[in-house]
Design a protein around this ligand. Structure first.
Ligand SMILES: [Fe+2]
Length: 326
């Protein structure tokens, strides 16, 4: 494999909101509905998302990942509209999505909600198994093998009380994630974990945080991964999960539809260019963002990271890995 390019954007928050009756709004949805009318409608603009997709079309890339919050308050008509939008974005074989907290804002039966997007979460549940569609909210993570790259799609999305935008993976998902990462690591793949919430402690933002962030970090520190991609914060971010063999980069992007308003970043997306090197991997990151003066997306910068090749040693205790090369 000579190189692989993954495009990544997040949190498109598709609008406009479809019409909703009082019965549909008599729930946590009312808070999201009012927030949309008051603020979010000005920030999340379909026109900006269209400009992003137009720019993306002109780029060379192999696959696209979207890290959740496709919609806003989980109305049945939003799920249907997003399914139609996904078809315009690309084929399920070329696009991988994971859900965000706004895609599980309130309880909606699987078949009327995420089930409508299941083609785009198609993958194997264990290494080497047949690819299948997820069949329930618990049926995560899934793996998509794309040459030397493995995308691991997780779900942190579950209904929370009003004003809480937190997420949780849960013990069962964390346990499956550990096994998958270990098995994929033995194959020397470039493992990219997709997760909506950034995997860090809450701090001042506890009501929006991943509740089991430290357990997730522990799994990654033990089983390994080469890259973690997230959304949720609506700001650009680069952080690391510490690991004896070398830090794992954790990268977030702003909302794909965001206008330059408020205290969050305006729309950007990333292209990750993954190449094998003698000692591991070279990860090039191109940032493209909204340029209002040109009414288009333009290059905003790039960076390069060297990532060591880590191959799990099957003779060691489960989860313990060793660097195969410097
Ligand atoms: Fe979001």
């Amino acid at each position: 494999m000579t190189g692989f390019t993954l495009a990544h954007f997040s949190d498109p928050h598709l609008g406009p909101l479809p019409a909703a009756g009082w019965q549909e709004l008599a729930s946590k949805r009312i808070t999201g509905f009012l927030s949309w009318k008051r603020n979010r409608v000005k920030i999340h603009q379909p026109r900006i998302l269209d400009l992003l997709l137009q720019d993306l079309k002109a780029q060379q890339y192999d696959h696209l990942a979207i890290t959740g919050d496709l919609i806003n308050i989980s109305l049945p008509d939003e799920f249907k509209a997003a399914a139609a939008w996904l078809q315009r974005v690309g084929k399920p074989a070329d696009v991988t999505i994971i859900p965000g907290n706004h895609d599980a804002y309130v309880e909606v039966p699987w078949a009327q909600s995420l089930g409508l997007w299941a083609d785009y979460m198609h993958g194997s549940r264990t290494v080497g198994a047949q690819d299948t569609q997820p069949a329930s909210f618990e049926d995560f993570p899934f793996v998509r093998r794309l040459g030397d790259v493995a995308l691991i799609g997780t779900s942190t999305a579950l209904p929370m009380p009003p004003f809480i935008a937190a997420g949780r993976l849960g013990e069962a998902q964390l346990s499956r994630l550990r096994t998958l990462l270990t098995d994929l690591g033995r194959q020397g793949l470039f493992r990219i974990v997709l997760i909506h919430h950034p995997p860090f402690g809450g701090g001042a933002y506890k009501r929006k945080a991943l509740l089991d962030a430290s357990a997730f970090q522990q799994v990654l520190a033990e089983a390994g991964a080469e890259l973690v991609l997230h959304g949720h914060t609506h700001v650009s971010g680069l952080a690391y999960i510490k690991r004896p063999q070398g830090p794992i980069p954790v990268i977030g992007v702003p909302s794909a539809s965001a206008a330059p308003a408020g205290h969050k970043d305006e729309s950007r997306y990333h292209l990750y260019r993954i190449n094998r090197t003698e000692g591991g991997w070279r990860l090039g990151i191109d940032v493209r963002g909204l340029n209002l003066a040109q009414d288009a997306f333009t290059a905003q910068g790039s960076m390069e990271l060297a990532i060591p090749l880590i191959v799990s040693d099957t003779n060691m205790a489960p989860g313990v890995t060793t660097g195969a090369a410097a």
